[in-house]
Design a binder for this molecule. Structure first.
Ligand SMILES: [Zn+2]
Length: 312
């Protein structure tokens, strides 16, 4: 019985964490290619497998799938060694950045997999250039991000997904999509010179419902917003999260993630998350969210069922 339950729980977990993917239209944003910050290449030990398909560093294990050998770029051992070393060092610089800005610390390496094509991921049948998942059954049920050579070469996509990856590894909670996507989009945009994509206006429909709160991002089931609106959901989430950063300072997210990590359940709904923000800022954040971002909270005494009914 226990075994069966655990299996069910794991399966449910896999669904819930079925990662994030960016709409293709966001991934190819040509304006955002210039780095704001330059980083020193970290001095880390890198181990390379004999056939140069697997690389390991203190915080990442990088897999170059065998199918890549068919591509000219990966055909020779030397090609794979220089590609893999370059990429894993880039990942280590992102790790340092995320550790400094969000407080993410990982004790066990997380996985990054490069395939010829990332392809179809979700049962809905749509494809994605890249995605991250908290538990990949093909990679030891560990946090794993998947890229194609093309999507891994896009700095904005790479750091966005790596943010999710380290979020899964460090915080390991199912926060509402607007929060998880807002964080990844904020990091992506703060890291790169680019368009300011922040959208201030709430996404309220005719019935007065805040669609951001109904957004299920790329989860396997539940609410997907129409394409154009989904991009606005990323942009509005980014606005909210960067506003909080601006108002409450550099250690706001570091403190918040520490609180989230201690949260006893695997899931936080909007009210629970915002209550943790109140604890960190010593401000009534429910009021801030209600007044400024037009959020609605369910009765705090009543456990929210909104997020649990969407997923199995
Ligand atoms: Zn994302």
């Amino acid at each position: 019985m226990l075994k069966k339950f655990r299996w069910a729980a794991l399966l449910a977990g896999a669904f819930l964490l079925a990662g994030c993917m960016q709409p293709a239209s966001m991934v190819n944003a040509p304006e955002r290619t210039k780095r704001k910050t330059t980083f020193a290449v970290p001095r880390v030990q890198i181990n390379i497998s004999q056939d140069a398909h697997q690389f390991s560093s203190p915080h990442f294990t990088l897999y170059l799938k065998r199918e890549l050998d068919a591509l000219r770029q990966f055909a020779s051992l030397q090609d794979r060694v220089s590609y893999g070393k370059g990429l894993i060092l880039q990942l280590e610089t992102y790790y340092i950045h995320l550790k400094n800005t969000l407080g993410y610390v990982v004790k066990e390496p997380v996985n990054v997999v490069i395939s010829k094509q990332v392809g179809q991921v979700f049962s809905g049948g749509f494809t994605t250039p890249a995605y991250a998942t908290s538990a990949d059954p093909d990679y030891g049920n560990k946090p794993t991000a998947h890229f194609s050579p093309k999507s891994a070469a896009e700095v904005s996509t790479l750091i966005h997904e790596v943010t999710h990856l380290l979020d899964y590894a460090y915080v390991g909670k199912f926060a509402p999509p607007w929060f998880m996507e807002g964080i990844a989009t904020m990091i992506e945009n703060d890291f790169l010179e680019g368009n300011n994509r922040r959208r201030k206006e709430p996404l309220i429909n005719e019935a007065g419902v805040n669609l951001l709160q109904k957004w299920a991002a790329h989860r396997r089931e539940g609410n997907m917003l129409p394409d154009g609106l989904e991009i606005e959901a990323y942009n509005h989430s980014y606005y909210i999260l960067s506003e909080l950063h601006r108002r409450y300072g550099d250690d706001f997210y570091i403190k918040l993630f520490r609180e989230m990590q201690k949260w006893p359940d695997r899931r936080l709904n909007d009210g629970q998350l915002v209550d943790l923000m109140s604890r960190v800022t010593k401000t009534d954040m429910r009021r801030v969210f209600e007044n400024e971002f037009e959020f609605k909270f369910e009765d705090p005494e009543k456990k929210s069922t909104q997020t649990t009914t969407q997923q199995k």
